[in-house]
Design a protein around this ligand. Structure first.
Ligand code: ADP
Ligand code: ADP
Length: 214
């Protein structure tokens, strides 16, 4: 298995109860998995635990044979090689598309950086938009740039938090198809969170429910 999440548990410090108890997930390389569940059920929390933004209270997280978390190990988020696409996209508003995508890749030499930029812009079909600012793009375009930015460092796993919730209903069908194509073309292994079963059915290879008695 490429991704193994075993018996994960978590409680926010200020909360009384555990938000996540004995959560399990296994994913094959290249699979697109939807994590489906009602609002407030802890789906975003699970993504934050996998990416290292929160520290679990117990369990194990392994990606590509590398232990990211267990009772003896905690790998820092920036060292996990996990890409994240946030619900509001979280693009830097004062930076062009190009700067957004290359942010954090300053250590790579200039030619390689340019190659990565061209590659990811080609992948999301946004080559003409390098010099634009986020506010000059539509919601769907901003989302594609957020995906391009997350893929630029060549992560081993991509996490997307409610990728379809900010899009109006008329566009949803088309954008679901576009995103599925982008994920498949890039061969990335991905997990996306949604409360909408149609999102899950249209885009995912496999649906995991949370909570699972749904
Ligand atoms: P979902 O993504 O399924 O909508 P979340 O993971 O965002 O659910 O939230 C799960 C539960 O954890 C909710 O009850 C929410 O109120 C609570 N929660 C989320 N963030 C925090 C926080 N920083 N501190 C305390 N409780 C939180
Ligand atoms: P999408 O289907 O990806 O959401 P839209 O139909 O909303 O795209 O946008 C269509 C075109 O309008 C795009 O080429 C986009 O660049 C342009 N556009 C949208 N919003 C803006 C804006 N605020 N400023 C400049 N151009 C914009």
């Amino acid at each position: 298995m490429y991704v193994i999440v075993k018996n994960l548990s978590f409680k926010y410090k200020n909360a009384k109860d555990y938000q996540i108890t004995n959560f399990n997930l296994e994913i094959e390389k290249g699979e697109i998995v939807a994590l489906l569940g009602p609002s407030g059920s802890g789906k975003s929390t699970i993504l934050r635990l996998i990416s290292g933004l929160e520290i679990p209270n117990g369990g194990e997280i392994i990606v590509n044979n590398r232990v990211l978390y267990n009772k003896n190990v905690f790998i820092e988020p920036q060292k996990r090689g996990i890409g994240m696409v946030f619900q509001d996209y979280a693009l830097f508003p004062h930076m062009t598309v190009e700067k957004n995508i290359l942010f954090g890749l300053e250590k790579i030499n200039k030619e390689a950086r340019q190659r990565i930029l061209d590659e990811v812009l080609e992948l999301v079909d946004m080559k003409e938009y390098k010099k634009r600012y986020p506010h000059e793009l539509s919601g769907g375009q901003q989302q594609r740039i957020a995906i391009a930015r997350a893929l630029a460092p060549k992560p081993s796993l991509l996490l997307l938090d409610e990728p379809f919730s900010n899009l109006d209903a008329g566009l949803k069908k088309r954008i679901r198809k576009e995103i599925k194509e982008i994920l498949k073309k890039s061969n990335i292994t991905s997990i996306f969170v949604t409360h909408d079963i149609e999102d899950a059915k249209d885009v995912a290879d496999r649906i995991e429910c949370h909570p699972c008695e749904m």
